[in-house]
Ligand binder design. Sequence first.
Ligand code: GYE
Length: 306
Amino acid sequence: GSDDTANSGGGSGDKKIVMGFAQVGAESGWRTANTKSIQESAKEAGITLKFSDAQQKQENQIKAIRSYIQQKVDVIAFSPVVESGWDTVLQEAKAAKIPVVLTDRAVDSKDTSLYRTFLGSDFVEEGKKAGQWLVDQYKDSKDPVNIVQLEGTTGSAPANDRKSGFEQVISADPKFKVIASQSGNFTRAEGKQVMEAFLKSNPKIDVLWAHNDDMGLGAIEAIEGAGKVPGKDIKIITADATHDGMQALADGKINFIVECNPLMGPQLMDLAKKVVAGETVPQRVVTDETTFTQEQAKEVLPSRKY
Ligand code: GYE
């Protein structure tokens, strides 16, 4: 291919690293910011980036990874759309001696030698933070709290883990009841659709926990369409803290956001350089994150980077 010269320079100092990156898709504001961060930081780091968008389909990601193996890239990075089903293709990369860096989402492979490191958030922790806000919010009430949940992509690490972290915290008090829970695939359109169905079949919804801002924003449209006030009639908790999510939080339509930082490009390029150089890297690199109330959103909104 046209990149062969870049990949096989003689002197060790000026050899440009080639990275193949298999992205999930362009399903959310989070993802768009993540893609931009990866593309910009590859350029800054002097790394040649081969980038593919899998449109949220695992089979497309597997194809992309196989093509990166064939092209003999120096390092493969990807954000696995779902957790399972990766062993075969990861074994192929290992056999070809191409190091793999997991970014953002985890795989459930038992053999951790199939990848060099995993850079991303602690999604269980994020779910717990969402649950904890709810527990604090309703600490003085004994009435039942009816919760609906918009789950992320079925089988994805953030959907599995945010759900389980949330449940771990709210299950301590039986007044919290998840009365409906369904995937909205991390998109605004599906978040709206599923929320419309929830509203039709459940006359009393107190709280919505949406696994990302985009689904929450779609749900806000559904709630307003049903003549209810988001943030008041139905309290809303989301994850990500993208610009649009933070705006809705500042406007009072969302009540609480658990941050999930997509700007992992610089750290990814750093790790890529190290694994290509044969240096040891930690098995797990967790990104730093916080949470936002409506007041905090108003304060930080002007300085947000995504
Ligand atoms: O929360 C969501 C995106 O994997 C953390 O994917 C990521 C999630 C993020 O579609 O908005």
